[in-house]
Design a protein around this ligand. Structure first.
Ligand code: ATP
Length: 313
């Protein structure tokens, strides 16, 4: 039986701006997405029977067709029925390391890995943009997760402009295991509070999204100026998550007491990360936060920015 093992990295948002509404119920966004080394591992094995089967070691994650990795395989079956008939089904094993429902695109990156892996198993020879188009049917973050690195993401987040990939910049990442924030709740609450400020006409929306390409944080990324990147990080969803979730506020305030360059919630949270000047400083900050917040529910990671998405090992 042929098999592939893939590494599926998480992402953080260096920038997230909500600029308007969309007729499909989503928002028009301008984001900068960044891959990090913290990753799940996905194993795909041709099983010789006409079935998709999935195993996952994390009970927080559904083991059936609600799992995005499973849905990615179902999509491939639907799109390439002849290859499914020729090669048969796949056994998918997800080894979860990325915290779940954390704003780190955990499900999306697993789905991206399944698309890349089945493309190889079934010898389809799909291009990056063909894979990204398939990924967009599964979720807004899936196209980014395929190629990863550093990218501007607009529309729902699926239109990507890659930037010079940042790497070897260290972050400390914090997430309370039992604290989950629903992405839908965060965006809907934002809409109910701030939709008056949304840009309404199509031309102005496009102009605002384009403006991000020449914005201050993009300039800082192009110059690989970590201090400036940290200063210019932004996340509109903090405006709705921080007032409701005191543990997220606590994490930001605690990071703020130590030797960091900047701290931000990722996506719709509740994970919070802090950019640090070096690996040593990041390890020190992690220790200090661990000492200050004794709660065993708090997970802390030192990880780094990387310039790639899904990788085959
Ligand atoms: P995003 O940043 O893309 O909004 P997230 O990191 O906030 O995503 P996920 O970890 O993808 O959130 O989990 C969101 C929900 O999706 C959870 O309720 C989880 O049970 C479900 N889910 C489905 N498939 C997966 C998967 N492969 N890994 C993690 N969660 C999954």
């Amino acid at each position: 039986m042929r098999s592939y093992t893939l590494i599926a990295p998480a992402k953080v948002n260096l920038y997230l701006e909500i600029i308007g509404d969309r007729p499909d119920g989503y928002h028009e966004l301008a984001m900068i997405l960044q891959s990090i080394e913290l990753a799940d591992q996905i194993n795909l094995e041709a099983n010789g029977v006409e079935l998709i089967r999935l195993r996952c070691d994390n009970p927080q994650v559904p083991g059936d067709n609600r799992n995005l990795a499973y849905q990615a395989a179902e999509l491939m079956v639907k799109e390439f029925p002849d290859s499914f008939a020729t090669y048969g089904g796949v056994d998918i094993t997800v080894t979860k390391r990325i915290p779940v429902a954390a704003g780190l695109a955990g499900g999306s990156t697993d789905a991206a890995a399944v698309l890349v892996g089945i493309d190889l198993l079934w010898k389809l020879g799909l291009t990056r943009s063909e894979l990204e188009e398939l990924g967009a049917q599964l979720g807004s973050d899936v196209p980014f997760c395929i190629g990863g690195g550093t990218a501007i993401a607009t529309r729902r987040g699926e239109v990507l402009s890659p930037l010079l990939g940042l790497e070897d910049i260290y972050i400390v990442l914090a997430k309370y295991r039992r604290l989950e924030v629903s992405t839908g709740w965060a965006y809907n609450t934002y809409r109910s509070l701030f939709s008056d400020s949304y840009i309404k006409d199509t031309e102005s929306l496009a102009a605002r999204a384009n403006a991000v390409h020449s914005g201050e944080i993009v300039q800082a990324i192009l110059h690989e100026d970590v201090k400036e990147i940290a200063q210019k990080m932004h996340n509109d969803l903090e405006k709705v998550v921080l007032p409701e979730y005191s543990q997220v506020v606590q994490l930001k305030e605690t990071f703020g007491k130590y030797d960091i360059l900047g701290t931000m919630m990722s996506g719709s949270g509740p994970s919070v990360f802090a950019l640090c000047e070096s690996k040593e400083k990041a390890e020190k900050v992690k220790l200090c936060v661990r000492e200050e917040i004794g709660d065993s529910d708090l997970e802390l990671f030192v990880t780094r920015l990387i310039n790639h998405g899904i990788q085959v090992v």
